[in-house]
Design a protein around this ligand. Structure first.
Ligand SMILES: [Cu+2]
Length: 313
């Protein structure tokens, strides 16, 4: 079956409900292309990608949205509203609409393997833009981070009705959120299964390793021991509904960033215990385009200025 990945302006956009119904289908591993755009120094030596300032970055803790003070919530909303006004927000959404980045398991095996690192790098890009917008509004204030939304918690009430960006390609306001099953979103017991019983997952990939089994469950393709669907990331998108259910334009909803911060945090919780398993990505597939960092370079959040205030599920 041909899988299509229509854009948000398509009359039948692919939804996360569609992805959940279709399930994961492994695809043959493509040949290993050379990494594109390898920056060369005059001596021909590959330079470190994405040269950072030599000073160590300030490392800020991403926090649980439910315990965020009102001042942070106001600052976060104001910064996003400012990014929408400047067009920066829509430019960020456009990265996710470019399916050539191959960053979801709905696209096949390579997408499954790229899902976590690609979205980590995407959140870093968002957080940088958030800091720029906030520093213009609140000069000298502590740099904001993206908070995380634990899936077992209710939808963050402080983001209710906050949908400042229009649907890409149209001038329309996004449809309202559903914030209800079906599908159910993950419970604490489901997150425990994702973290601790990942070994039961059957990806269908030959030679699947622990990384494949873990990310398969976290992205939302997994099964509980009783055979029922194990809710993860995909189900969170579909549960929120509205534009969050659109596989292409979902970052239009600001909850996207908090939802993916939780994906990233759960990955980090798992990775502390399982530091070795890695996706068998080769060549350019290991580079999280359109950014220059490889999978391996994205394994140290502090390098990118963040950590989590808690690694408790
Ligand atoms: Cu997502």
């Amino acid at each position: 079956m041909e899988h299509t990945h229509p854009t948000g302006t398509h009359s039948h956009p692919e939804t996360f409900d569609d992805v959940i119904a279709r399930g994961f289908h492994p695809t043959p591993t493509p040949p290993s292309p050379e990494p594109p755009h390898a920056p060369l120094t005059p001596s021909g030596v590959v330079s470190p990608p994405h040269a950072e300032p030599s000073a160590a970055p300030v490392v800020s803790a991403r926090q649980n949205q439910s315990s965020w003070p009102e001042a942070n919530r106001v600052a976060f909303r104001n910064a996003i509203t400012s990014m929408v006004s400047s067009g920066k927000y829509q430019a960020l959404v456009a990265f996710h609409m470019d399916m050539s980045h191959n960053m979801h398991g709905s696209m096949g095996t390579t997408g499954l393997y790229r899902f976590l690192a690609w979205h980590r790098r995407y959140l870093i890009e968002f957080e940088k833009a958030l800091r720029v917008a906030d520093s213009a509004l609140r000069p000298g204030a502590a740099p904001p981070t993206v908070p995380y939304w634990r899936w077992q918690d209710p939808f963050p009430g402080w983001l209710a009705d906050f949908l400042p960006a229009k649907v890409p390609g149209t001038a329309t306001t996004p449809p309202p959120r559903k914030n209800a099953a079906p599908p159910a979103k993950a419970t604490a017991a489901d997150i425990d299964l994702i973290l601790h019983q990942f070994a039961i997952q059957q990806t269908g990939i030959s030679g699947q390793n622990d990384y494949a089994k873990f990310t398969f469950g976290l992205e939302g393709f997994g099964r509980r021991p009783d055979g029922s669907s194990l809710p993860g990331h995909n189900q969170g998108h579909a549960w929120v509904g509205g534009i969050m259910n659109n596989t292409s334009t979902s970052p239009t909803d600001p909850i996207f960033w908090l939802h993916h911060a939780e994906v990233d945090r759960i990955w980090e919780i798992w990775r502390q215990v399982h530091p070795t398993p890695a996706p068998p990505l080769q060549g350019a597939n290991r580079i999280m385009d359109p950014w220059p960092e490889s999978y391996d370079q994205l394994l140290a959040p502090a390098t990118f200025g963040y950590k989590y205030d808690s690694l408790a599920p």
